[in-house]
Design a protein around this ligand. Structure first.
Ligand code: NAP
Ligand code: ZN
Ligand code: ZN
Length: 368
């Protein structure tokens, strides 16, 4: 049973939390730990809104502990470092993504795959491996994390439009690399043009791919081709367009957040093609054997990425000028933002301007 941070931790924090399956957000005062030897404490500047935040707020995966303060696309400025912190200093811009802890000694951790560590700690709504308390994310005024889980922010990467890379960026960069879908000239499909999908298009293009977007929203065609520089756009509900693409792609990244058929995408793969699922609807996919067996096709999955690869991805995006297309919002807009996200009514990521919009009670204001 996790301990309550309210009773365990000495420093007050202030954020926005969902308290039940309605997923409605309201302000919450909670607590964060004192800065340990290897901790970096920072003021939150910007935090992206990932669809996982929405799944969690409404407990769509059945694992949420309330109250939940989401947010794992966090950019901030360091306010304090522990006595043994070696690579960060006060005033530096930093990022924190989906992970804030792992055992640091298992095989996954040794291979820089902290996301697969059995003791991995997600940034929010998760028992913290190091002390058993529940984690709280970036919809809040400040954060504290072990330096291993803090990213150096590249100088030329914008803070607001760069923030979503900490989840949307690594979640799409990592599978393209891991599954060998990063070779120039490859024909790659991206299913779902949302927060993850639009960043995936930019990363795949920067890797030299010929990119096809599959979307349920015909209105996104012009933006995909002209704005995001995708090469082709297919309306995934149009069976003629889907049929015409049969057997053409080397790999497909499926970023869709809701239940949808995946067999039509298997048919679009070449022999030996790979369909990689990163979207996580709360219901199972139907997966018949025939389209896999007959084309020796592979269906895989991918979970964010380790810390080393996340830093590599940030540096890659900074080098190639890749950021998210964002709508910056104040934190008290989060309920409306969630409603709009559910309707795919955002181009393409909401980012909360936390520092300029969060209004902690006066007695909490000067703690960090
Ligand atoms: P998002 O911004 O809401 O984008 C999802 C897109 O999916 C929508 O823009 C829409 O694109 C498409 N879509 C939505 N409903 C659909 C439906 N009923 N049928 C077909 N397509 C539909 O969400 P996101 O933040 O990119 O996250 C996407 C998913 O990835 C979520 O499930 C999230 O939890 C998951 N995720 C996984 C990881 C991981 O490590 N694997 C990391 C982060 C997020 P079109 O309008 O173009 O059709
Ligand atoms: Zn995310
Ligand atoms: Zn481990």
């Amino acid at each position: 049973m996790a301990k309550s941070p309210e009773s365990e931790h000495p420093i007050k924090a202030y954020g926005y939390a969902a308290r039940d399956t309605s997923g409605t957000f309201s302000p919450l005062t909670f607590s964060r730990r004192a800065t340990r030897d290897k901790d970096v404490r920072f003021k939150v500047l910007y935090c992206g809104i990932c669809h996982s935040d929405l799944h969690f707020a409404k407990n769509e995966w059945g694992v949420t502990t309330y109250p939940v303060v989401p947010g794992h696309e966090i950019v901030g400025v360091v306010t304090e470092v522990g006595s043994k912190v070696k690579t960060f200093k006060v005033g530096e811009t930093v990022g924190v993504g989906c992970l804030v802890g792992s055992c640091r000694s298992c095989q996954s951790c040794s291979n820089n795959l902290e996301q697969f560590c059995p003791k991995m700690t997600f940034t929010y709504a998760f028992p913290n491996y190091s002390d058993g308390t529940i984690t709280y994310g970036g919809y809040s005024d400040h954060m504290v994390a072990d330096e291993h889980f803090v990213l150096h922010w590249p100088d030329n990467l914008p803070l607001d439009s760069g923030a979503p890379l900490l989840c949307a960026g690594i979640t799409t960069y990592s599978p393209l690399k891991h599954y060998g879908l990063d070779k120039p000239g490859m024909k790659i499909g991206i299913v779902g043009l949302g927060g993850l999908g639009h960043v995936a298009v930019k990363i795949a293009k920067a890797l030299g791919a010929e990119v096809t977007v599959f979307s349920t929203t015909p209105d996104k065609k012009e933006e995909a081709l002209d704005g995001l520089k995708a090469d082709h756009f297919i309306v995934s509900k149009d069976m003629d367009q889907m049929q015409a693409a049969t057997g053409t792609l080397d790999g497909i990244l499926d970023t869709v957040s809701a239940s949808h058929p995946i067999v039509p995408f298997l048919n679009i793969l070449k022999t030996d093609g790979k369909l990689v699922l990163v979207g996580m609807p709360g219901v199972p996919h139907e997966l018949p054997a025939f389209p896999l067996v007959l084309g020796r096709k592979i269906v895989g999955g991918s979970n964010i990425g380790g810390l080393k690869e996340t830093q590599e991805m940030l540096d890659f995006c900074a080098k190639h000028g890749i950021t998210a297309d964002i709508e910056v919002i104040p934190i008290d807009y989060v309920n409306t933002a969630m409603d709009r996200l559910l309707k795919s009514d955002v181009r393409y990521r909401f980012v909360i301007d936390v520092a300029n919009s969060i209004k902690a009670p006066s007695e909490l204001r000067s703690r960090v």
